[in-house]
Write a protein that binds this ligand. Sequence first.
Ligand code: 5GP
Length: 120
Amino acid sequence: AVSAYDPQNIFAKILRGEIPCNKVFEDDHVLAFHDIAPQAPTHILVIPKGAYTSYDDFAANASDAEIIAYTRAIGKIAAAAGVVEDGYRLIANTRDHGRQDVPHLHVHIIGGKKLGLMLP
Ligand code: 5GP
């Protein structure tokens, strides 16, 4: 593995119920909650329940059921948040160069306003 999973990361603590979150969606494989420091009117974090550090780790090691659940959940959560028609952005910051802060895979769903340009 590129880097071992740290079971003390903040999203692992949220998954164990050790710290609270403002939940948006949950099923067997997925949890979604509002970002604690929203960058736009809609800013939701979607995480798999499994111990995956990053998208590449998840893509390589998750089961088909986990991948299907996660992919579909992101779409459903965006629709439920009401951002589909006007549009939104998905972001998965990864490791050092990607400026990932929390080492548990999370996709940001950001929308609700016209976003700034951000690449790179
Ligand atoms: P990253 O930079 O790793 O892609 O983003 C981590 C995100 O997690 C940030 O947007 C940050 O605001 C959010 N975050 C960090 N700690 C917490 C927390 O305890 N609860 C929630 N809901 N979001 C958090």
